[in-house]
Design a binder for this molecule. Sequence first.
Ligand code: SAM
Length: 381
Amino acid sequence: MLTRDFVEDSLYNPSYGYFSKQVVIFTPGEPFEFNNMRDEVEFHKLLGQRYTEFEDKLDEKTPNETRQLWHTPTELFRPYYGEAIARYLVANYKLSQYPYHDLTIYEMGAGNGTLMLNILDYIRDAEPSVYERTKFKIIEISSNLAKLQAIQLLRGADSRGHSSKVEIINKSIFEWDQIVPSPCYFLAMEVFDNFAHDAIRYDPMTEEPLQGTVLIDSRGDFYEFYVPQIDPVASRFLRVRHAATGGRYRHPLSQSRILRKVKSSLPFTPNLSDPEYIPTRLMQFFDILGKYFPSHRLLTSDFHDLPDTIRGVHQGYFDILFPTDFGVMELMYQAITGKLTRVLSHEEFLRRWADVEETETENGENPMLNWYKNASVLTTV
Ligand SMILES: C[S@@+](CC[C@H](N)C(=O)[O-])C[C@H]1O[C@@H](n2cnc3c(N)ncnc32)[C@H](O)[C@@H]1O
């Protein structure tokens, strides 16, 4: 199978995929009181304690299970992070669609459902007239997480009163087949990194790309192969990227030809370039946005850099994630959807839209701004 099918199967196979079975997203419980903390070191310490409590509770429910916990800004900085996004949504909605259209928000991959609750709480409390006209639709691939989102929504017999506004659609975005003609906002927070990628290596002599495939033998051992036939999806990706970047994209062979020839003639040199992982699924997501959500405005946040990567893990037991090249992604999104965009760092986006005083510690540090330095935010303008 192609590398992208292998990654997709490891993450989403209904029987053993990571998102079907293993996924647990850390949630700190009660919001942190940043104003009462001395500094970021204290925040770190408190976070460590909450992690331990969270893990202990999981161990009581499902002992002896291997698990890998991770956190997202939505969870660590709840409700302030969600409120920042709500402010952005309401301000833009009021500028361009109010009062002609409802505020319709799609969230793809809603994790524990925390962002949805924080956004709706904020709109209900701060903008009651907009709240009246708000609809929130989650598109979630994982049935475990879709169930959890429904539970969150109804917790306390829906004391928050949001359930009439929310629809949870338990399917992959790649199965979407309905046209949504009216204006809507489309949120995707930390989902792109989990989209399957293809692996491409280049022949240094001919400069031709080869596509990664995985073979699993009858004993269950895995072998990685590179073949010269590029499948239509990866081949389209390479074409669209080439056109969108005006041919300026620097892939792993982008170094001087002479240097490359010298290197490749040295003994023990690998006969192919390093692999590059191309986000073929992300391109297909842009196709879906362009085709089925023609009037959408995208707001997405993800990692532009992921240090400390590891080479291989037990299939289905671990999250697999890739950093996003926002420069290239932005150009490809524009080429496919015809829309204009802006990319900001996580910090820049929050300085504009968050109530940053809420997340400031006594010594003036601000964990919500300082953490996630490796994340960027892209919005349709
Ligand atoms: C890393 S989590 C992020 C959760 C949440 N957005 C947050 O920031 O806390 C990725 C989420 O995307 C969902 N997801 C991944 N691929 C998807 C797809 N193809 N269609 C819909 N949801 C998907 C996962 O099940 C999960 O809920």
